[in-house]
Design a binder for this molecule. Structure first.
Ligand code: NAD
Ligand code: LMR
Length: 332
């Protein structure tokens, strides 16, 4: 029997990530080739005509799984009945700007969209915030949508996770699909800590630890970390626009693994509400290693954290604590 369609909201759908993301969703990349979807696309009035153009293209592409498209500037219409919300709408960082610069523009958007989701989304709607500052926007969304379970509100750090996989694969000249269990700790910002202490590579003679294969501690603790931390800025410098296809693809990975589960023995990174694990202050949206099963994520417990890592985990937590205070000051 055919499955009931799942309703997926994409905010900022007329923007560059939205343009890359909606065809991936319509093609079944997120929920599988047997799962029909109805796309809800939201943007603001100045982008209404462009949004309608995206809708026309979705119709023209004749995606078999796409059972309907709502393209609207009305936040209530956009949020009504959605099962999954991918929050991309907002003001992007331009060359030379730090994420803090875009804070005031974006947190007020997330406060108002929180209440629309709370009132009109389907029960148990899963939310991923992509727009920057992603962790803090997600936190504001959580605080102003108190009836949505905190486990359902996440932010995207999977792009950083995938970037770390990509850097290790290039350095070791191995297939990216053979590298696993990197971790992104903390903020989706330049203080994030890309950690390969527990990462492995599949080889013909079994799984080998990444630190032993790389055998260059200085590179792992220096250039590797800064390359991943600064990759967003490097893309902006090269394209004069922030990353879009990799962001869209990583958002699909985030939702797919959350809903359909992570492979056995593999974890991924997600920005989730901290419960105090690894002595990260509770009450922040912080990126942790997680495994997913039956539509629920769980923080991987018991990983050893050495002194070098401890400092990095604390530094990015401090930045998130400051961002939280700044976000509240922007809203008052
Ligand atoms: P973009 O400017 O191309 O698109 C943003 C869209 O959001 C625009 O169409 C704009 O009209 C719309 N928008 C603005 N305010 C809105 C509102 N209140 N409601 C609905 N839509 C609204 O930007 P982009 O390149 O698509 O990036 C989107 C966001 O994602 C930015 O904040 C960017 O910094 C962020 N980003 C995050 C990651 C990540 O890994 N977390 C990666 C890349 C980009
Ligand atoms: C990215 O990581 O590519 C985006 O968050 C863009 C940015 O502002 O760095």
């Amino acid at each position: 029997m055919a499955k009931e369609p799942v309703r997926i909201l994409v905010t900022g759908a007329a923007g560059q990530i939205g343009y890359a993301l909606v065809p991936m969703i319509a093609r079944g990349v997120v929920l599988g080739a047997d799962q029909p979807v109805i796309l809800h696309m939201l943007d603001i009035a100045p982008a209404a005509e462009a949004l309608n153009g995206v809708k026309m293209e979705l119709v023209d592409a004749a995606f078999p799984l796409l059972k309907g498209v709502i393209a609207t500037t009305d936040v209530v219409e956009a949020c009504t009945g959605v099962n999954i919300a991918i929050m991309v709408g907002g003001f992007p960082r331009k060359e030379g700007m730090e994420r803090k610069d875009v804070m005031s523009k974006n947190v007020s958007i997330y406060k108002s969209q929180a209440s629309a989701l709370e009132k009109h989304a389907a029960a148990n709607c899963k939310v991923v915030v992509v727009a920057n500052p992603a962790n803090t926007n997600a936190l504001i969304l959580k605080e102003f949508a108190p009836s949505i379970p905190e486990k359902n509100i996440t932010c995207l750090t999977r792009l950083d996770h995938n970037r770390a996989l990509g850097q290790i694969s290039e350095r070791l000249n191995v297939q990216v699909c053979d590298v696993k269990n990197v971790i992104i700790w903390g903020n989706h910002s330049s203080t994030q800590y890309p950690d390969v202490s527990h990462a492995t590579v599949k080889t013909p003679s079994g799984e080998k630890p990444v630190p032993a294969l790389v055998a260059d501690d200085a590179w792992l603790k220096g250039e590797f970390i800064s390359t991943v931390q600064q990759r967003g800025a490097a893309i902006i410098k090269a394209r004069k626009l922030s990353s879009a296809l990799s962001a869209a693809s990583s958002a699909c990975d985030h939702i797919r693994d959350w809903v359909l589960g992570t492979p056995e023995g593999t974890w991924v990174s997600m920005g989730v509400y901290s419960d105090g694990s690894y002595n990260v202050p509770a009450g922040l949206i912080y990126s942790f290693p997680v495994t997913c099963r039956n539509g629920e994520w769980k923080i991987v417990q018991g990983l050893s954290i050495d002194e070098f890592s401890r400092k990095k985990l604390d530094l990015t937590a401090e930045e998130l604590t400051e961002e939280k205070a700044l976000a509240y000051s922007c809203l008052s």
